[in-house]
Design a protein around this ligand. Structure first.
Ligand code: URA
Length: 252
């Protein structure tokens, strides 16, 4: 079967998984009654994830799904290769490096920032400057390592002078973010700062209003919080961010 059909089949399975998660959040009792074999065996979300992932693998392994027979699941490397050809917006002209993302391809938690700064552009890795070091400390304080999570940005090339990314730059880049998330299929997203939160949640509300609550992006739970660069300038907000991280860890 063709590669695209295989990709579509895998996407369908993932969509089903996200749909189940979404409804389990809204109507846990009803869904448990409808799918007792899933929810009675594995009441937690992660259990559902694991079960459905296993089932997906089993289907692939047993070649029960014709369409995925001779194919491989798309990887982040596939998405990165596709992105390396991207010249869809002006940011490709001045970038030193693409800042695609870093971390665990099977992360349960993905941090999404705004766009690379100077340090990130030079190194080709997100969140490596001062704000990045603070993000690493936050991740460590949650009992995790950078390698446990995945870190990326809404926009993958540095906007000149660290200006905010423009709407057409965001629009050109968002499909790649969606593909990254499709591959990783995380349980949780943490949106760092106004730009990430507003783009993922399709709103123009301020981060101070949005933070501290869960929303959905592509069926994945999103918790917005303040950007680490904001925390460097306003350390008194660290407490609030820590409260947000506790919420994330409860769902992790
Ligand atoms: N700020 C961001 O939003 N992303 C980075 O990668 C670095 C700083």
């Amino acid at each position: 079967m063709r590669e695209s059909s295989s990709g579509e089949a895998i996407k369908l399975v993932k969509d089903c998984l996200n749909y189940l998660r979404f409804h389990h959040d809204l109507e846990p009792a009803e869904l448990s009654a409808t799918y007792p074999e899933i929810f009675h065996l594995t009441p937690s979300h992660h259990g559902v994830d694991a079960l459905l992932r296993d089932r997906t693998k089993k289907l692939v392994n047993e070649k029960a799904l014709d369409v995925v027979r001779e194919d491989h699941l798309p990887t982040l490397e596939d998405v990165r290769k596709e992105f390396e050809k991207c010249h869809q917006c002006r940011l490709c002209k001045e970038r030193k490096n693409i800042v695609f993302g870093v971390g665990n391809e099977q992360a349960k938690l993905v941090f999404i920032g705004e766009a690379p700064g100077r340090d990130e552009d030079l190194k080709g890795e997100p969140f490596v400057g001062r704000a990045g070091q603070l993000l690493t400390k936050i991740i460590n304080a949650m009992g995790l390592k950078r390698e446990d999570v995945y870190i990326t940005n809404i926009v993958k090339c540095r906007p000149p002078g660290n200006r905010n990314p423009l709407p057409d730059e965001i629009a050109a880049c968002e499909p790649y973010l969606m593909k990254q998330l499709e591959v990783i299929n995380p349980r949780l997203i943490c949106a760092l700062g106004t730009v990430a939160a507003q783009i993922l949640l399709k709103t123009d509300k301020k981060i101070s209003i949005l933070r501290g609550q869960f929303y959905y992006y592509q069926g994945i739970k999103v918790l917005p919080t303040f950007h680490p660069a904001f925390l460097l300038r306003n350390p008194e907000y660290k407490r609030v961010v820590w409260d947000d991280m506790q919420l994330l860890m409860k769902e992790y």
